[in-house]
Design a protein around this ligand. Structure first.
Ligand SMILES: [Fe+2]
Ligand SMILES: [Fe+2]
Length: 375
C-alpha cells in the first residue's frame, strides 16, 4: 500500500504525519511541485494543510483532476476555518484533526486502505486458518501501534491470537497457513506471520509443551518488532541497500530490545528472541556476536525459522528459493546453526514443500484442487 504525503513546507517537529512512513510505504511531496504522475501508483493521499497557501492548494487540485478515484485524507485543525474550507474544496475527503493521537490517525488510514482479505484468500483456505489469519493481522496492528507508543502490549489479544494460530496449525497444517499469509500486502506482516507459523509447527514437531509452543510462536510474531523503528521505504526498498541503510536495518535487534525491555507483560524468552535471532553459534552473528551456550534453544529454533522464511519468501529484488533448496542451505550452515535442530526441522520443511507442490498443481489445473495431492 503506497501513501503519498503532501505538505506546503517542511512537516513540523512532533507532527503525527512524520510517523506515517513507519506504518506505510510513503513518499513525501511538496504541494507546490506535485504532479498527477507522482500520484498514479498511490493508494491514499494524506494532505497536511497547515500553513498551505491558496495558490499551492490550487496546484494540488489540478494534479488531482487526473486521479479522481484516489482516496484523500486532510489533516486540519477544525478550529481553523481556512483549513476546513481548503479541505472541502478537494471534494470527497476524510478529515483528521491535527491534534488527534497517532493511533487514531493510523486506524483511520487502515480503515481507508483496508484490503478485502476475503477476496484475496486462496479459494481453498480452510475456515479455521482464515479466522486465525484475520485475528493475527488485527493483533499485529495492535502490536505495531503499542510499539510506537508507551502503551502496554495487548496481552489478551496476543493470547487469543496464539490460540487461533495453534488451532489453525493443528487442524489445517502449516501449508494452509503459509498460503493464506501470502495474501497480505505488507512484507513485514507476511514475514512475521510466516515465521510465527513455522515456529508453531516446529515446536509441535519437537514435542514441546503447549506453553513452549506458545512462546516460540509469539517469538515468531514479535522477533522483528524493532523494524517498526525503520521507515518502510528502506525495509521495502526494491533495490540493494546502501551501507548506511544496511547498518540501520541491522539495528532492528537493538530497537527491539529498547521497545520490549520495560514491558513486563512480554515473556523474557520472547525478548531474547527479538534481540538475538541474528546471532550464530560460531559468534559471527549480530548484534553482540555471542556464541555457543550463550544462545539458548528457543533462540536457535527461531533463527532457523527466520532464515528459512527469508529464503523461501518472494521480495521485489529476489525470487523465492524452493523449500528443499532452502533446507539444503540450512544444512550447509554447519558452524552457524544448531544442526540437531536443523535435522528436527526437516518434517516441517517436507510439509511446506508438499504444500508448494500442491499449489503448483492447483495452478496447472486452473485453480481447481487436483486429486492425489496433499496440502
Ligand atoms: Fe530480524
Ligand atoms: Fe525476521
Amino acid at each position: 500500500m503506497n501513501v503519498a504525503v503532501v505538505s506546503d513546507g517542511p512537516l513540523k517537529e512532533g507532527s503525527n504525519v512524520r510517523n506515517i512512513p513507519f506504518f506505510y510505504t510513503s513518499r513525501l511531496f511538496s504541494m507546490a511541485e506535485i504532479s498527477s504522475r507522482n500520484l498514479q501508483e498511490m493508494h491514499l493521499l494524506v494532505i497536511e494543510l497547515e500553513d498551505a497557501t491558496g495558490e499551492h492548494v490550487e496546484s494540488l487540485k489540478t494534479a488531482l483532476a487526473d486521479v479522481p478515484d484516489l482516496s484523500k485524507l486532510c489533516i486540519v485543525s477544525k478550529a481553523n476555518r481556512r483549513e476546513v474550507v481548503q479541505a472541502a474544496a478537494f471534494g470527497r475527503v476524510e478529515i483528521f484533526e491535527r491534534d488527534g493521537d497517532l493511533t487514531a490517525l493510523v486506524r483511520k488510514m487502515r480503515d481507508m486502505l483496508q484490503p478485502d482479505f476475503e477476496a484475496l484468500f486462496p479459494e481453498t483456505t480452510p475456515e479455521t486458518t482464515r479466522q486465525a489469519f484475520l485475528q493475527t493481522v488485527a493483533c499485529l496492528d495492535e502490536i505495531v501501534l503499542a510499539a510506537a507508543s508507551s502503551r502496554p502490549m495487548p496481552v489478551r489479544t496476543l493470547a487469543r491470537t496464539l490460540h487461533h494460530i495453534y488451532s489453525a496449525l493443528t487442524r489445517d497444517g502449516i501449508s494452509a497457513w503459509l498460503s493464506a499469509v501470502r495474501c497480505h500486502h505488507s512484507h513485514t506482516y507476511r514475514h512475521s506471520m510466516m515465521v510465527a507459523g513455522l515456529a508453531g509447527a516446529f515446536a509441535q514437531t519437537l514435542g514441546w509443551s503447549h506453553k513452549e509452543q506458545e512462546l516460540l510462536t509469539l517469538g515468531g510474531l514479535m522477533h522483528d518488532i524493532g523494524k517498526t523503528r525503520i521507515p518502510l521505504s528502506i525495509l521495502d526498498k526494491p533495490g540493494e541497500l546502501t551501507p548506511d541503510e544496511t547498518e540501520l536495518v541491522r539495528r532492528h535487534t537493538l530497537f527491539g530490545r529498547d521497545i520490549l525491555k520495560n514491558r513486563l507483560e512480554i515473556p523474557f524468552e520472547v525478548k531474547k528472541m527479538a534481540v538475538q535471532h541474528h546471532e550464530f553459534l560460531d559468534g559471527s552473528g549480530y548484534p553482540q556476536g555471542i556464541a555457543g551456550d550463550q544462545i539458548d534453544t528457543m533462540v536457535r529454533a527461531i533463527t532457523i525459522c527466520d532464515i528459512f522464511t527469508a529464503m523461501t519468501e518472494t521480495r521485489s529484488y529476489k525470487a523465492a528459493i524452493p523449500p528443499r533448496n532452502a533446507y539444503a542451505d540450512l544444512c550447509s550452515m554447519k558452524t552457524q546453526l544448531d544442526q540437531d535442530l536443523v535435522r528436527a526441522f526437516q518434517p516441517v520443511v517436507l510439509s511446506v514443500d508438499l504444500g508448494a507442490l500442491n499449489r503448483t498443481v492447483e495452478t496447472l489445473f486452473d485453480g481447481k484442487k487436483a486429486t492425489g495431492t496433499a496440502g
